[in-house]
Design a protein around this ligand. Structure first.
Ligand code: ADP
Ligand code: MG
Length: 684
């Protein structure tokens, strides 16, 4: 046997046909086969004397066949084979449907192990279609059996046999990618033991030990791989920058930066001063002041003679950035421009010319910044805001406007640092975990439908005091397959306008509107032209309306915590006391708990961790980032501790051997290359 890349059809006992079926499960090589992990296990270790069998329980029985089996024809042309087995204290009826061969395969006087669900009554115990094995074999009874994800034509038995053959075939081939030192320090078992027991655990403890090692290995490989990817960038030079005194910039700000903002700026500046291009994610809760971090970087780049581009996901956000930043930079004699889809042709031509001649220092815009005719004289820094609205590709496209510009990504989706590392793969991460002083927390309430009247009165009161209100509904109306309980946003807004708030100005915003329409509605609301904005989650990422101090979320149970938090971030941006009311009639205890968390904290990181804990990382891993290996065994909702441990181990190892050149790390390095689908050259 050559190696783990061997095609499974050459493995002893598998063959062409079976290999074809296994291929359908994505199993092509020996490595695939042994890494096809069970999704669960069935414990068949329990063996009981017949008289102690418990109805409804699965159990193994060691019993002797007392009389030759009899076969009968029953309705529908089926056959029924019956047989009785006995042990010292009782007897058990065995019934087989459509297994005529049992008549000749079970022999009077011989002892077998039967495994199945105990049925019948107190007097007669029975098993229907039990699994049977000769005594002492212990292949399918008397042990913990793996349960694999299946496909048509491949049964559990076929799979477990194939895996058995795979494991036997590679006994000599399994090389441990974990350096011995790491394995020992973190109390991890040998690789052979791990593979054996992840498939065929000899005990629940053995399974746990095996699983621990497998998960660790997966996360360790991931971390090391990401590090290698990152260090690859060290080879290209970024736009050259040197340290400059930032005091003049800070002095002109209307406030003092928070410690967290300063740290993030410091991270970014030291990135830009290093040899390689910056590739940094700056994560901060809504309102944490990410824009200023970006602005400081722009100013820094400009002092070094570089132009910057700032890309926002919507025109209105771009405009807001422009209106905030242009006057600030003007005070330093730096010039900003706004370039969006609706920039007039003439103005656009002028902006393009000035970008190309280098007279514009910062260009703010939407994806219009990506079109081909936009050329920069000296683009040194590219910032994308609210990253989760941009595809990785778009980010890359903007990056191509210059050789290797510094890249800064701003994101308001707080995720635990460890997860960020995985999701954003090759990005360095700064976290702004502190809000500017004096920020009021948004008072949040989770209430039921019985509060409706009071809420309406409350809305009225806020509007009377000159404030504005968001009402968020889960889905767009006028729709096809939408369950009726979901508020159709348009109809709902109409109803509110006509029946509940005839004297107030109600407007509507939803995702099915054209971008232009959305912008118009949003801008009108921001300008105070309406009192209540009924909306879907399209307002989640959005524009500042400091005057809006109240948000009501309908059917709040339909939203994830992180999303609720994001939505809530739309209020509490002004000086007035702010409120968020989560309406839900759910009876589900878990959901109530979830909503309660919202009332207890305003900390986006805490919330996202809770969200992760409650719902699992599925949402975070919605789309696989290109180039990152899929997690086969690690479950990030419960393996976070192990992730921490694996990352610590990886860091320690890489501190010693940053490129994994040492002989003892050869296997590790090679495995990473395979996992990340990199060729050796790319890793070098
Ligand atoms: P976000 O991180 O959500 O993008 P912004 O950058 O829009 O947050 O900042 C939110 C508000 O806080 C803005 O009005 C901004 O001027 C203000 N702000 C930012 N930093 C500070 C600070 N250090 N002290 C006081 N206010 C600040
Ligand atoms: Mg922002």
């Amino acid at each position: 046997m050559a190696d783990l890349k061997t095609d499974i059809r050459y493995i002893k006992g598998i063959g062409e046909q079976r290999a074809k079926s296994l291929n359908k499960l994505g199993i092509a090589t020996l490595r695939d086969l042994i890494s096809y992990y069970p999704r669960g296990y069935e414990d068949r270790t329990l063996t009981r004397p017949i008289r102690d069998l418990i109805l409804g329980e699965n159990a193994c029985v060691r019993a002797m066949v007392a009389a030759d089996p009899t076969a009968h024809r029953i309705s529908g042309g089926r056959t029924l084979v019956k047989c009785r087995a006995v042990d010292e204290g009782g007897s058990l009826d065995l019934v087989f449907f459509n297994q005529e061969y049992r008549k000749n395969s079970l022999h009077k006087g011989e002892t077998y192990i039967f495994y199945g669900k105990v049925e019948g009554n107190l007097l007669r115990r029975q098993m229907i279609n039990p699994l049977i094995e000769k005594e002492g074999q212990q292949q399918i009874t008397g042990r913990i059996m793996p349960l694999y994800p299946l496909t048509a034509g491949v049964s559990q038995l076929i799979l477990s046999r194939a895996v058995r053959q795979g494991l036997d075939a590679c006994r000599e081939l399994l090389e441990d990618v974990l350096p011995d030192e790491v394995r020992r320090r973190h109390n991890l078992c040998y690789v052979g033991y791990a593979y054996e027991n992840i498939h065929f655990p000899v005990s629940p403890e053995a399974l746990e030990i095996a699983r621990r090692r497998m998960v660790f290995e997966e996360l360790f490989l991931l971390t090391c791989g990401l590090h290698l990817l990152r260090s690859r960038r060290q080879d290209v030079a970024g736009p050259a920058c040197r340290a400059v005194d930032m005091t003049p910039f800070y002095e002109k700000l209307p406030f003092t930066l928070t410690g967290a903002q300063q740290r993030a700026i410091g991270d970014a500046i030291s990135d830009m001063c290093a040899q390689r291009p910056m590739n940094r994610l700056c994560q901060g809760d809504v309102g944490s002041g990410k824009t200023m971090v970006a602005a400081a970087c722009v100013w820094f780049a400009a002092q070094n003679g570089w132009q910057s581009a700032l890309m926002a996901p919507t025109e209105i956000l771009a405009r807001q950035h422009y209106e905030g930043l242009a006057p600030l930079f003007a005070r330093f004699g730096l010039r900003c421009a706004l370039l969006t889809g609706s920039t007039r042709a003439k103005e656009r031509r002028e902006i393009l010319a000035d970008l190309q001649s280098g007279e514009i220092d910062l260009c703010i815009g939407t994806h219009a910044l990506l079109t081909e005719d936009v050329q920069y004289a000296k683009l040194g820094l590219v910032i994308t805001d609210e990253q989760h609205r941009f595809g990785v590709n778009q980010r890359a496209a903007l990056g191509q406007k210059a050789e290797h510009p510094h890249m800064l990504v701003l994101s308001a989706t707080p995720i635990p640092r460890t997860l960020a590392l995985i999701i954003y793969g090759d990005l360095d991460v700064s976290i702004i975990n502190e809000l500017p002083p004096g920020r009021q927390k948004v008072d949040t309430f989770a209430v039921g439908e019985d509060y409706r009247q009071r809420i309406n009165a409350f809305i009225r009161k806020q509007v009377a005091e000159g404030h504005q209100v968001f009402i968020v509904c889960p889905l767009v109306g006028d729709g096809e397959e939408i369950p009726d309980e979901r508020k159709a946003v348009t109809a709902y807004a109409q109803e509110l306008q006509q029946k509940v708030f005839p004297d107030l100005r109600v407007s509507v915003l939803h995702g099915k509107m054209k971008p232009k329409e959305k912008e118009t509605v949003m801008a009108a609301f921001a300008a105070g032209e309406s009192d209540i904005l009924v909306s879907t989650t399209v307002i989640e990422v959005g524009v500042d309306v400091p005057n809006a101090n109240t948000m009501v979320v309908e059917n709040a149970e339909r939203f994830g915590l992180s999303q609720l938090h994001q939505l809530r971030g739309r209020v509490g941006r002004g000086s007035a006391k702010s409120y968020c009311i989560l309406l839900s009639d759910t009876q589900n205890e878990e959901t109530r708990q979830r909503l309660k968390i919202m009332t207890q904290t305003n900390d986006g990181f805490k919330i996202s961790e809770e969200d992760l804990r409650l719902r699992g990382p599925g949402d975070f891993f919605g789309q696989r980032q290109h180039g990152l290996p899929a997690m086969k065994i690690a479950d990030l909702s419960c393996d976070m501790r192990l992730l921490d441990e694996a990352q610590t181990a990886a860091k320690a190892l890489l501190a010693d051997d940053g490129t994994l050149e040492k002989t003892e790390h050869r296997a590790l390095r090679q495995r990473i290359g395979e996992l990340f689908e990199l060729n050796a050259e790319a890793l070098n």
